[in-house]
Design a binder for this molecule. Structure first.
Ligand code: XMP
Length: 311
C-alpha cells in the first residue's frame, strides 16, 4: 500500500533536484495533470507554469474548475483561450484521424509558444504507470492516434520530468484525496469533444454536445455513487437527423448517442446496463433542455469490437 507522505516527499525531492531553470506543464484538468500541477507547485513554486488550453472542445465548466484549483493552490498559471484557432483548423475536416492529428499539432503550436515565452527548459508530464506500460507497440496506439502531450518533449527539445510515473490510478486518487483535490474526475480524451462529434466539428455542434454532456454527467452523478459509477459515460453527436414532434409541430432534429462503459483499464470493456428508468430520465431531460435534439439512442456495443470513443 502506498504511503502518501513518502510518495509526496520523494516526488517533491525529485522535482527540486532535477528541475533546472523553469518548468512548464500542460494541465488538461484531468486527474493526473491536476495532481502534478499541485505537487510541482509545492516543489518549485513560480518556477513552474501550469497551462490550461481551452480548445473550444472541453466540457462545460472545465475551465472554471481548473481555474478554481489553480487559484486555491496559488499556482503560477495561464489559461489560454485558443478555441478560435482550434475550431478554424478543424473547419471542413471529417476524417477522425485527421482531426486527431490537427488537434495534436495545434496543441503543440500553442503550448510551444507559451513555453518559449516563459523560458521553460523542462516539461513536467503527468504520465502514470498504465500510460507507459500500455504504450510501446500497444494495440490501442495503432488503432487511434492518441493525443496527449506525448509528442511535446521531442518537438520542443525540453527535458522531461515525470514524477507520477510509478503511480497507478487508485494511488493517484489516494494522493489527490490527501491533497483535497477532486478525486472523481472522469477521464476525458485529449482531442475532447472533437472525437465525439461525428463529421465536421463546428462551434454550434460543440455547444450542443456540451449541453448534452453536462446533463448526462449530472444524471450519472446523482444516480450512481462513486463505487458503482460506470468508468466512462458520455454523449456522441451523430450526423443524423430524424423526424419528431415538438409541441404539435413536426421537427427534424439531431441525434445523440449515449455511451456508458464498465472497464478497469479502458483496454476492453462492456457497455453499462443502467435501468430503463434512468435512461428514460436522461433522454427526457436532454430532449426537453436541448431543443435541437429530438432523438436519443444508447450504444450497446462492448469493446472490442467497438472502441470506447466513436472516433
Ligand atoms: P478507445 O476509444 O481507444 O479509448 O477505446 C480508450 C480510453 O482512452 C481514452 N482516449 C484518449 N485519451 N487521448 C487521451 O488522453 C486520446 O487521444 C484518447 N482517445 C481515447 C478514451 O476516452 C478511453 O478512456
Amino acid at each position: 500500500m502506498l504511503s502518501v507522505d513518502k510518495f509526496l516527499d520523494s516526488a517533491i525531492k525529485e522535482i527540486k533536484e532535477k528541475l533546472t531553470g523553469k518548468g512548464i506543464l500542460a494541465c488538461s484538468g484531468g486527474q493526473d495533470s491536476t495532481l502534478l500541477a499541485v505537487i510541482a507547485n509545492k516543489a518549485a513554486g513560480d518556477r513552474i507554469l501550469s497551462v490550461f488550453i481551452d480548445t473550444g472542445l472541453v466540457r462545460e465548466g472545465e475551465k472554471e474548475r481548473v481555474r478554481e484549483i489553480f487559484e486555491r493552490y496559488s499556482l503560477n498559471y495561464r489559461i489560454i483561450d485558443a478555441s478560435d484557432e482550434f475550431l478554424s483548423a478543424l473547419s471542413g475536416i471529417t476524417d477522425p484521424e485527421r482531426k486527431r492529428k490537427i488537434i495534436g499539432a495545434k496543441f503543440i503550436d500553442v503550448f510551444e509558444r507559451v513555453a518559449t515565452e516563459f523560458g521553460a527548459e523542462t516539461l513536467l508530464q503527468g504520465t502514470i504507470a498504465p500510460d507507459w506500460i500500455e504504450s510501446g507497440g500497444s494495440v490501442r496506439d495503432t488503432i487511434k492516434s492518441h493525443h496527449n502531450v506525448g509528442g511535446l518533449p521531442e518537438v520542443m527539445h525540453l527535458k522531461l520530468l515525470e514524477p507520477l510515473r510509478d503511480l497507478y490510478k487508485d494511488e493517484v486518487r489516494m494522493v489527490s484525496e490527501y491533497l483535497k483535490l477532486p478525486s472523481d474526475i472522469q477521464p476525458f480524451p485529449g482531442p475532447g469533444l472533437a472525437v465525439r462529434i461525428i463529421g465536421e466539428v463546428t462551434k454550434e455542434k460543440a455547444d450542443t454536445l456540451r449541453k448534452v454532456t453536462s446533463i448526462l454527467e449530472e444524471k450519472v452523478r446523482e444516480k450512481f455513487p462513486m463505487e458503482v459509477r460506470p468508468w466512462q459515460y458520455f454523449a456522441v453527436l451523430l450526423p443524423v437527423q430524424s423526424t419528431g414532434i415538438h409541441g404539435d409541430k413536426r421537427s427534424y432534429g439531431k441525434t445523440v448517442c449515449i455511451r456508458m462503459i464498465d472497464t478497469n483499464d479502458g483496454m476492453s470493456g462492456t457497455f453499462s446496463k443502467p435501468d430503463w428508468e434512468f435512461l428514460e430520465d436522461v433522454s427526457t431531460s436532454i430532449t426537453n433542455e436541448v431543443g435541437e435534439i429530438n432523438r436519443v439512442v444508447y450504444d450497446i456495443t462492448d469493446k472490442p469490437p467497438a472502441t470506447i470513443e466513436w472516433e
